[in-house]
Design a protein. Sequence first.
Length: 298
Amino acid sequence: MHFDLTDLRLFRAVAEAGSITAGAARSHLALAAASARIRGMEEQAGLRLLERGRRGTRPTAAGLTLLQHARQVLDQMARLRGELAEHAGGARGLVRLWANGAACGEILPRVLPGFLAAHPRIDIDLRERPSPAILAALMAGEADLGIAADWALPGVEGLDSAPFRGDRLVVILPRGHALARRRGLRLAELLGEDFIGLGAESALQAHLAWQAAARLGGHLRLRVSLGGSDPVCRMVAAGAGIAILPRSAALRHARSLAMVRLAEDWAVRELRLCWRQDGAPSPQAQRLREHLAAGVDG
């Protein structure tokens, strides 16, 4: 039995995408070539590796075994390339880091500059995503490291994690607002208010919209969405609406607006640094993981 790296990459892509067509596209292969490779793998193994149905393609029991080993082999090859790159003058390494809105907006801009300055040959592909999407990307091998809220981790197997930072959400309001003197506010009390939101790609904004819709059967009335916490705070201070942000972001504008605790269990979150248990990290990813786990700004 002989499977080459192209076979393993293709099989992983097909299994993760749930479709031979999508897996072929991810692998930059023509559909006919991808189908022929899959048939060849099944003929060599003497087993069906994929179940094909109306709703897509999924691995058989034998296919799941192959998928596990394919991921391990491809991770080892990525690590090998990274270690060889350490010996190649001028070669660069890339770490794929996915993080939620609180980490991307408030913490990583303070943490990453020192790492990048100390490691000029390591680049970081940073993407802001909701916590469940981050964990899914880690499991699929699309991300090397993730920073996600702890509420998303229960029930997810195959990942290791370590504490990263604390995170509390607060309601920010214009000074003089009728709710500004409250000690705490529930999201249900805010559904009738005009909101200033973060952009459509914001993981926090997506989470708030989900909480409003799934748990309360309502929606946030957004007047405008902006590209960062600072413009949101300035808009709120000017009286255009209210917002929900991490406390660390709101504190920078504490003199110009009111801040009230968001009285929801999910508003107090611990951010955790996550990675795959069965993946062999590249030297570059290992260095970034150590830097982030150390919890030192800059």
